[in-house]
Design a protein around this ligand. Structure first.
Ligand code: GLU
Length: 300
């Protein structure tokens, strides 16, 4: 492990897994893509365990993720950040939004609010904090735009797309969007390279950065790895853990998935040798243009 330098570096990336299960092929792709994008630019690569959702946390998963990353040769810089230790910063950001009059209490259950656009049922109700519920952030009726390094220009109007969204949960802990935005800014992350499933929520995070006066990092969403049924590989759908497979096998498959098949001369090479080759040859332009790609059958 290299110490993270105190000075600002030109490039700082990160991998931010939730400890809701073991590392699967989809998370290896996100880890490897963000690692290579950072190392190819001589940048730092930080690791943050996003353990703010206790019911979804699987005991032992955080330790197992760290072990798997080390086994794959994906060595991070500095200390691992555990998101739950960052509660004070999350609460401070919450207070800032509250004082700016941007939040309101919402008692709609997830079931009532549904997965689609929130219609603003509680927006004018002025419910007090004694009413149990979540806190929602009022969104603007204007486009939020950014350019993804792989997906190109994205423009979304949050009022039309998702409506006001939850940033503090009824269980009294921060929602993912608030925690991720606050923690990436505190760590000085300059580019976020992650799975394509999160492309959809990026404008929400950019809007939140704007509300909090935080800089927006660059974004790069990698193709999403699909299982044999064409569904996203995820810990929830019991994607096969990579722990039972040789590190070289997993790395070679992830490199192929990202459009960087290692040459035959590296057959049987160590993870370190594979990664050194990949850092030297890494080019975003080689990554397949599809936003979703099947994972290799034995890794799905
Ligand atoms: N913790 C999230 C996950 O495991 C990823 C967050 C991010 O990369 O922004 O899906």
């Amino acid at each position: 492990m290299r110490p993270a330098s105190a000075e600002t570096t030109a490039y700082r990336g990160r991998f931010a897994p939730s400890p809701s299960g073991d590392l699967h092929f989809g998370s290896v792709v996100a880890a490897l893509g963000s690692f290579l994008q950072a190392r190819a630019q001589g940048g730092e690569w930080l690791l943050r365990i996003e353990n703010i959702d206790p019911p979804r946390e699987v005991p032992g998963a955080a330790a197992s993720i760290l072990h798997q990353l080390e086994r794959l040769g994906l060595c991070w810089d500095g200390e691992v950040v555990y998101q739950r230790d960052r509660e004070e910063a999350h609460r401070a950001a919450f207070a800032e939004l509250k004082n700016a009059g941007l939040l309101y209490r919402c008692r709609c259950s997830r079931r009532v609010a549904g997965p689609g656009r929130y219609p603003g049922t509680c927006a004018q109700a002025q419910l007090g904090k004694e009413v149990s519920g979540a806190d929602r952030l009022r969104v603007d009726n204007r486009p939020i735009v950014f350019t993804d390094a792989l997906r190109g220009a994205v423009s979304e109007n949050l009022a039309e797309r998702c409506g006001d969204f939850v940033i503090w949960r009824a269980e009294n802990w921060p929602a993912y969007h608030l925690a991720v935005v606050v923690d990436d800014a505190a760590a000085g992350i300059t580019e976020i390279v992650r799975g394509g499933d999160l492309l959809d929520v990026t404008t929400r995070q950019i809007y939140l950065q704007q509300c909090l006066g935080l800089p927006s990092p660059a974004y790069c969403h990698l193709p999403l790895a699909l299982d044999l049924d064409g569904a996203k590989l995820s810990k929830q759908t019991q994607a096969a853990p990579v722990s039972g497979l040789a590190a070289e096998r997993v790395l070679s498959a992830a490199l192929r998935f990202l459009g960087h098949p290692p040459p035959d001369s590296l057959l049987g090479a160590t993870p370190e040798a594979l990664l050194a080759w990949a850092v030297a040859h890494w080019r975003l332009a080689l990554i397949p243009p599809d936003d979703r790609c099947p994972a290799p059958a034995d890794l799905a």
